[in-house]
Design a binder for this molecule. Structure first.
Ligand SMILES: [Zn+2]
Length: 320
């Protein structure tokens, strides 16, 4: 990516507020912010509350308060609003429906009636991020079979994918290739309960909000090929991607929202914002010592070259 005029780069925060932020989410937000700001770019905040029941608005509001407390300010979105409203995915069903219709008109969408237990059979092959690779069971259903099945069950909808390799260069992880059919399989656009799939929503929203740079956790690296395919089908400009290494507990466990000890609620009781930012910057190779820092002070020397390419174990005692 070449340095363009100021404001050419648009990065984003796209948190899913099903609980309080944890250190891993914070690290990713910090890197997204630094990467965009290092290009003089802007940041959009989008609330990924597709599953609205799991993501009550109070968590989204808390999340804004936490990001602001850390000094990670955004230019547009969330409760602040802006020209690309709405910024809450739970309010975007009409927009996603339009995109689904475009894909349907291409003959690439089909209803899937498979049950969870059918999909999760022990023999089912899995994607590298742990999802089942759909074997295409419902691909060839006739109109009569579909009509019959519909009487008993509301279907999910899947996008048919071709046997094609998609290769892209990730800003952090380097070149990455996935075969759509073998590594991903036909994927959900909409669940049987009507909730739109992450893969569709994220593409449609990043495009309509003018996002040019997607920074997110490496657990989503393998989603990127599917999303690039959607950008192409929908005729939308694809952003650059940078997938940051995941932060693991010092014993190697994945951090999650269940890790109360690493949630911002507890961290805020023990550390200042500069303490947390400085320690995360240290864990991610952006400074030599875990000294307190403001996000602004890290912009000048930020470079993806400094960020490790593998999961990062929290150094023992960095956050006690
Ligand atoms: Zn099926």
């Amino acid at each position: 990516m070449e340095a363009g005029p100021v404001s050419a780069v648009v990065g984003r925060f796209a948190p899913s507020p099903s609980g309080r932020l944890h250190l891993g989410n914070l690290a990713c937000s910090l890197l997204a912010w630094l990467s965009a700001r290092s290009w003089g770019g802007r940041i959009v905040l989008r609330i990924e509350d597709l599953d609205a029941e799991r993501c009550p608005r109070k968590y989204a509001d808390q999340l804004e308060e936490d990001l602001g407390w850390l000094g990670l300010f955004w230019d547009e979105g969330g409760s602040k609003g802006g020209p690309h409203e709405p910024y809450y995915q739970s309010e975007c069903s009409g927009i996603y429906t339009e995109s689904c219709k475009k894909l349907e008109a291409m003959g690439l969408v089909y209803p899937c009636f498979c049950s969870r237990s059918q999909l999760h059979a022990a023999s089912a092959p899995h994607t590298s991020d742990g999802n089942v690779i759909y074997p295409g069971t419902c691909r060839g259903l006739t109109a009569e079979e579909i009509a019959e099945k519909r009487k008993k069950k509301a279907p999910a909808y899947r996008l048919m994918v071709p046997d094609e390799n998609i290769t892209f260069t990730d800003g952090c992880m380097g070149e990455h290739t996935e075969n759509l059919l073998r590594d991903c399989g036909d994927f959900y656009l909409r669940r049987a309960d009507g909730v739109f799939a992450y893969q569709l929503a994220v593409v449609v929203d990043d495009a309509r909000m003018g996002v040019t740079e997607v920074v997110r956790g490496a657990d989503l690296l393998s989603s990127t090929a599917r999303q690039l395919y959607l950008y192409r089908l929908l005729g939308l400009p694809a952003p650059e991607f940078a997938h940051c290494p995941l932060l693991l507990a010092s014993d190697g466990r994945r951090l999650s929202k269940r890790d109360g000890d690493q949630s911002l609620e507890n961290l805020r009781a023990r550390y200042t914002a500069e303490d947390i930012v400085g320690r995360l910057a240290y864990a991610y190779g952006l400074q030599e010592e875990p000294a307190p820092r403001t996000p602004e002070s890290l912009i000048k020397d930020f470079s993806w070259d400094k960020v490790p390419k593998k999961d990062i174990c929290l150094p023992e005692g960095l956050f006690e």
